[in-house]
Every structure is written in structure tokens, then in C-alpha cells.
Design a protein around this ligand. Structure first.
Ligand SMILES: NC(=O)c1ccc[n+]([C@@H]2O[C@H](COP(=O)([O-])OP(=O)(O)OC[C@H]3O[C@@H](n4cnc5c(N)ncnc54)[C@H](OP(=O)(O)O)[C@@H]3O)[C@@H](O)[C@H]2O)c1
Length: 265
């Protein structure tokens, strides 16, 4: 299937993480032009080397998603480099500390909300404005099953991803009439460094990594997490012209481990 992404200019942040990397390589395979952003210059440089694309297909940026001016500069810089942008993928995220209800801290709340909510808000603000000004484009936010259901030990992360759903739905209604389709993908576990950290936080060091992953995914029908590649291609389809008629929706990809919209009551 041709996703019609050839030569589309795509912004993705959190590009140096497990999912972001997979999205970058999928975009390369589809012939898109990539404007990737990360907060760590060394990781960004290493990813750019691996992607091995010329300046006509790859532009890199350093930004902390919690700093508004840096996010604005990212969007402005991508437009300056490529002439325009087509797709914006707010993807950076942080799982937060493992805290049960009686342990919740403002420190954890502030950090998680600034990355997961403010970070997405700034990308919607500046990326959305640029796309609306040209009258076309799409935005696919990497949210989480935590934006649909709650999870013991991860209340703040889940609250932040529920907030992301509110940002997504409101932006979808504002930007849709201006030609911009806004939606989210909502995965449960994906095999990335984040899932490894969650496993350690939830289950401790007495189990092996393999045992932790098996425990975390025991509730899925296929007894596994999603691969970064299968989530990446979901994002690419959802961001592509094939999904332009979809506004304000989410897609849950969870092996039926969550609930809410999936097959479990
Ligand atoms: N893995 C899962 O099981 C899972 C499930 C559902 C949803 N998600 C969502 O998927 C997205 C990608 O996560 P992942 O699984 O790829 O995790 P990951 O490997 O930990 O990657 C997270 C990315 O976010 C970046 N980031 C964190 N704070 C940042 C900040 N202040 N400014 C700029 N970048 C920042 C990280 O940068 P560094 O590389 O410099 O650390 C990294 O590139 C997140 O939104 C996450 O919530 C993940």
C-alpha cells in the first residue's frame, strides 16, 4: 500500500526514543522528509548518522518540549529548512515515578504534566497554526492507553494522558474546519526503554527483564507488547492522506490488555 507520504514534510519529537526512532525509519522507508527533534544533541547526532539521509530529506533540531520558545523555534526552523510542513507528530513523553495514591507528589505531577501535556500543547499551538495557515495537514499525538483507563502506580501519567485527549479533541474541532486533521494513537505496552523502566518500577529487580515483560503483557491475547514498528506504521497510516477524513478520534492498540473501547468490559 502506498501511504502517499513521499516528500511529505514530517515533524517528530521524542525522535531519539524507542518509538520515535521506529517512526523515523518508517518515514525514511516511505520517502518522507524528516524534521526530527530531540533534547540530547549526542543522541540526535547518532540517530541522524544512522538514518543516513541528505539535507534535502533530513533536518535535525534540539528542543526541550517543555520550553515554549524551543518548540516554536523547532516548527519555524523546519518550515525555513523545507519551505513548508505537512505532518506534526508530538511523541515525546515520560512515564513518571511509580507512586500509589497515598504517595503522590507535586514534583512528579509537575514533571510529568510539563512533558506530556505542556509539550503536546506547544506542538499543537505552533504546529497547528502553521498547518492551519496553509489549510492542510495532519497531527497525530502519541497518547497512551493511560489516556483511556487508569493504572495503579501510574495515576499521574494516566491523568496527563487523559489531559492529552482533551487537548486533542479541542484542537480537532478548532483546526478541522481549517483543513487540519488532529487525532491520537493510544498504545498499551510497546517494547521501548520506557516499558523497561515501567517494568522495573512496577516489579522491581528480583525478576529478569524477560519475566517483567511477560508479567506486564500477560493480559494481552497474544502475550506480548506491541513492537515499535507496528505502532510506527499505525502512526504513519493515521497521519497519511488516507486518514484525512478522521477527526478527533483515537486508535487503541493494546492486545486487548486495556479496557474502555476494547473488547473487555
Ligand atoms: N513504551 C510504551 O509502553 C508506551 C505505551 C503507551 C504510550 N507510550 C508513549 O509513546 C511515546 C514515546 O515513548 P517511548 O516508548 O518511545 O519511550 P522512550 O524510549 O522513553 O522515549 C521517550 C522520548 O521522549 C523524549 N523526551 C522526554 N522528555 C523530553 C523533553 N522534556 N523534551 C524533549 N524530549 C523529551 C526522550 O528523550 P531522550 O531520548 O533524550 O530521553 C525520548 O526521546 C511517549 O509519549 C509515551 O508516553 C509509550
Amino acid at each position: 500500500m502506498d501511504l502517499k507520504l513521499k516528500d511529505k514534510v514530517v515533524l517528530i519529537n521524542g525522535a531519539t526514543g524507542g518509538l520515535g526512532r521506529a517512526v523515523c525509519f518508517a518515514l525514511k522507508a516511505e520517502g518522507a522528509k524528516i524534521a526530527l527533534s530531540g533534547r540530547d544533541p549526542e543522541k540526535v547526532a547518532a540517530l541522524a548518522t544512522e538514518l543516513d539521509l541528505g539535507p534535502d530529506r533530513l533536518w535535525t533540531n534540539i528542543a526541550d518540549v517543555t520550553v515554549e520558545e524551543q518548540v516554536k523555534a523547532y516548527v519555524d526552523g523546519a518550515i525555513e529548512h523545507f519551505g513548508h510542513i505537512d505532518i506534526v507528530l508530538p511523541n515525546a513523553g515520560y512515564e513518571g515515578k511509580w507512586e500509589f495514591n497515598d504517595q503522590l507528589t507535586k514534583e512528579n505531577f509537575d514533571k510529568v504534566f510539563s512533558i506530556n501535556v505542556l509539550g503536546v500543547m506547544f506542538m499543537l499551538k505552533y504546529g497547528g497554526a502553521a498547518l492551519a495557515a496553509q489549510g492542510s495537514g495532519s497531527i497525530v499525538i502519541t497518547s497512551s492507553i493511560g489516556g483511556v483507563v487508569g493504572s495503579p502506580g501510574m495515576a499521574i501519567y494516566c491523568a496527563s494522558k487523559h489531559a492529552v485527549q482533551g487537548l486533542m479533541k479541542s484542537a480537532a474541532r478548532e483546526l478541522g474546519p481549517k483543513g487540519v486533521s488532529v487525532k491520537s494513537i493510544n498504545p498499551d505496552g510497546i517494547y521501548t526503554p520506557m516499558l523497561s523502566r515501567i517494568g522495573k518500577n512496577a516489579l522491581g529487580d528480583s525478576m529478569t527483564e524477560e519475566e517483567r515483560l511477560a508479567a506486564l503483557t500477560a493480559g494481552t491475547y497474544d502475550k506480548r507488547a506491541a513492537t515499535p514498528e507496528e505502532v510506527a506504521y499505525l502512526i504513519l497510516y493515521y497521519a497519511s492522506p488516507w486518514a484525512q477524513h478522521i477527526y478527533g478520534s483515537k486508535v487503541v492498540i493494546d492486545g486487548a490488555n486495556g479496557d474502555g473501547d476494547t473488547v473487555r468490559p
